[in-house]
Ligand binder design. Structure first.
Ligand SMILES: Nc1ncnc2c1ncn2[C@@H]1O[C@H](COP(=O)(O)OP(=O)(O)O)[C@@H](O)[C@H]1O
Ligand SMILES: O=P(O)(O)OC[C@H]1O[C@H](OP(=O)(O)OP(=O)(O)O)[C@H](O)[C@@H]1O
Length: 188
């Protein structure tokens, strides 16, 4: 049986990366795989378990069919390596850090994907982004503006979506994620 693609998305600073790291060990223990993203961010500022690449290298790999999914946002290019298709074909679930803006395209390629939207109040988001210190204040405001635009379009266009609040402690969100993955697996 084909594995499930679990497509985690949410505003910049909502905690996608933290959640993926914290949930990794318990989910891997159940055979779930985690895709390592390719990002055209400089290696020093990647800040997650991602592979840094120049835009030229990215485009070459993309044109060779190296990505299962790829998109552009925040002035960067992001790619999910093609190997996830082998994992899914082997019956393994695969968790990826996705983009709200690319959800529709991702659904075209993976009609059965499980979409999970991580949410946090904007004031908390701003604080978390400033505290993380990876982007300049101007870039942070641009990310918040993008989130406001996408928060209008995503729920309106998308009914088949599970939302997960990450305003509280991270461990609480991890527990909820594990629970909902377990519940939805039973329904599959
Ligand atoms: N539940 C939480 N409570 C407090 N801080 C959090 C929580 N989740 C994430 N953070 C912090 O918020 C910042 C942004 O989280 P991150 O995982 O990088 O978000 P994203 O990958 O969605 O941009 C990080 O500094 C992280 O440590
Ligand atoms: O369409 P959107 O939902 O806005 O997403 C656009 C991109 O931004 C996020 O990545 P990135 O790691 O650059 O940002 P983040 O870690 O700050 O969220 C997200 O994972 C997407 O790759």
């Amino acid at each position: 049986m084909q594995g499930r693609l679990i497509y985690l998305m949410g505003p910049s600073g909502s905690g996608k990366d933290s959640l993926l790291q914290a949930a990794r060990a318990p989910l891997e223990a159940h055979g779930c795989r985690f895709a390592r993203r390719v990002i055209t961010r400089s290696a020093e500022s990647v800040g997650e378990d991602a592979l840094g690449m120049t835009p030229a290298e990215f485009e070459r790999l993309e044109s060779e069919g190296g990505f299962a999914l790829s998109w552009r946002a925040n002035g960067l290019a992001y790619g999910i390596p093609r190997e996830i298709d082998d994992w899914l074909a082997n019956g393994q679930d695969v968790l990826i850090n996705g983009s709200r803006g690319h959800l529709e395209a991702a659904r075209q390629r993976y009609p059965d994907l499980l979409a999970i939207l991580l949410q946090v109040d904007e004031a908390v988001l701003r604080q978390r982004l400033l505290a993380r210190g990876r982007e300049t204040p101007e870039q942070i405001e641009q990310r918040l503006a993008r989130s406001r635009r996408l928060s209008v379009t995503v729920p309106a266009a998308e009914t088949n979506l599970i939302t997960l609040d990450n305003s509280g402690p991270l461990q609480q969100t991890v527990n909820r994620l594990l629970h909902l993955l377990d519940e939805t697996r039973r329904c599959a």
